[in-house]
Design a protein around this ligand. Sequence first.
Ligand SMILES: CC(C)(COP(=O)(O)OP(=O)(O)OC[C@H]1O[C@@H](n2cnc3c(N)ncnc32)[C@H](O)[C@@H]1OP(=O)(O)O)[C@@H](O)C(=O)NCCC(=O)NCCS
Length: 160
Amino acid sequence: MLRAPERRDRAAFVELLSSPEVHTYLGGPRSRDELQRELPEVPEQWPGSLVVELDGAMIGHVLLRRATGHRRPAAAGKADLGYLFLPQAWGSGYATEACAAALGWLSDALPGEPVVLTTQSANTASMRLAAKLGFTEVERFEAWGAEQWLGVRRAPVTSA
Ligand SMILES: CC(C)(COP(=O)(O)OP(=O)(O)OC[C@H]1O[C@@H](n2cnc3c(N)ncnc32)[C@H](O)[C@@H]1OP(=O)(O)O)[C@@H](O)C(=O)NCCC(=O)NCCS
C-alpha cells in the first residue's frame, strides 16, 4: 500500500535514515540519536512523499518531487523519483511494484509528464530498478565524489 506518512511510521523512518546499508550510495547515514531528536512527529509529510506499507508496517519510502535545484539542466524543474527501502524488504520486488504504482499515479495526475531519476552508477540494485521502471540514460556526471547516472522516463504517448 502507498499512503501518506503517519505518526506510527517514525521508528521506521529512524531505521531507514540511520541505516548504513541503505546509505551506501547516498553519502552515508544520519545518526540515530540526531534523528530521534530532530525528526518531526510525522516525518516527511509533504505532497509526493509516499510510505510503502506491507502487512501493516512501513517497509520503504517513495519520493516524487520537483527537482527545482537539480544541478543538471536536463533534470532541473522536472518531476523526480527517489526510493529507499529497508534492507529486510530487498529482493522481493516490492520497490518495483511500489515505484511503478507511484509513477502510474503521477501519470494519471499529470498526463505526459516526464520523470527523472538520479542514482550512483555503482548502485547496481537501483540501476536495475530504474531500467525495469522504463528509465533510459540521459547522461552520466561526477558529483558527491562518484559517478552519477541521470535517467528519464517519458510518458507513453496515448491516442484519444
Ligand atoms: C534500490 C532498492 C530500492 C532496490 O531494491 P530491490 O529489492 O533490489 O528492488 P525490488 O524490491 O524491486 O526487488 C527486485 C529484486 O527482487 C527479486 N524478486 C523476487 N521476487 C520478485 C517478484 N515477485 N517480483 C519482482 N521481483 C522479485 C528480483 O529478481 C530482483 O532481484 P535482482 O535485482 O537480484 O534481480 C534498494 O536496494 C534500496 O533501498 N537501496 C538503498 C536506497 C538507495 O540506494 N536508493 C537509490 C536512491 S536513487
